[in-house]
Design a protein around this ligand. Structure first.
Ligand code: HEM
Length: 216
């Protein structure tokens, strides 16, 4: 019961944080320092990711036993589960740097492809694990879809910044969607990584194991 209240509270806070991110807070010029504003934007994204993990930890799905599976490929899923969230955080930092005019768009646009490839690998590897739980596979499918969508939205957001058509009504919508989808990608990556680190065992040990989420 306590867990479900915590889950609901984390869900509500997640929704409020996501709304603030998609609305573009903090606005450029609002805090008087671009560095501070970029830091605030990244902090909001981190808060959203942390709340998503709290919601996961309090959820029924996380408390259930999860099948374990062998992690034998290269790169291993466990290594992708560590690198993936770091790659997304770097991408978010570079996006914030561009949004508050601290750096050019090039690092964000170039790193987008490295981050996207990592996330696509992670999602695909999970989908090819026959023993991975249905929840894991659902999160992996959502992550794959959002990553593809985000690259398209990113190009739209860039057009909004650099072209004359930025006054068109749909342009702020594209930018808001790009910011919000960035948060959802971070949350999905963190959640999938948590599942992978719990369920994927080094190849020689894992085949028939079941995880209870507790260390023995
Ligand atoms: C996996 C891929 C991507 C992710 C996760 C991502 C994420 C983000 C995030 C979170 C922000 C906002 C940062 C902040 O201020 O808090 C941002 C901003 C931005 N991104 Fe991306 N991005 C991705 C790909 C791209 C691509 C491919 C492009 C364009 C070539 C792009 C163009 C932009 C632009 C123009 C902004 C500034 C938006 C504005 O005007 O407010 N992004 N990105």
């Amino acid at each position: 019961m306590k867990g479900s209240w915590l889950s609901i509270l984390a869900g509500v806070l997640c929704a409020l944080t996501l709304a603030a991110i998609a609305a573009g807070y903090p606005y450029a010029g609002s805090l008087g320092s671009a560095q501070l504003e970029a830091l605030g934007a990244v902090a909001l994204q981190l808060l959203f990711g942390a709340l998503a993990l709290v919601a996961l930890a309090a959820s029924e799905s996380w408390k259930q036993e999860q099948p374990r599976f062998a992690d034998g490929g290269w790169p291993t899923l466990r290594s992708l589960a560590v690198i993936g969230p770091l790659a997304v955080m770097t991408q978010i930092g570079l996006g914030a740097g561009y949004r508050y005019q601290l750096i050019s768009v090039i690092p964000h646009a170039v790193w987008a492809f490295a981050a996207a490839v990592l996330l696509l690998m992670m999602g695909t590897y999970v989908l090819t694990q026959s023993q991975a739980s249905r929840t894991m596979k659902t999160v992996a499918t959502v992550l794959l879809s959002l990553t593809c969508l985000q690259v398209v939205l990113g190009v739209g957001a860039l057009l909004a910044r650099v072209s004359d058509i930025q006054r068109a009504a749909w342009m702020p919508v594209v930018t808001g969607l790009h910011l919000g989808t960035g948060s959802l990608i971070l949350a999905c990556t963190l959640i999938l990584s948590a599942f992978v680190l719990r369920c994927a065992e080094p190849a020689q040990q894992g085949q028939e194991m079941v995880s209870t989420g507790r260390h023995s």
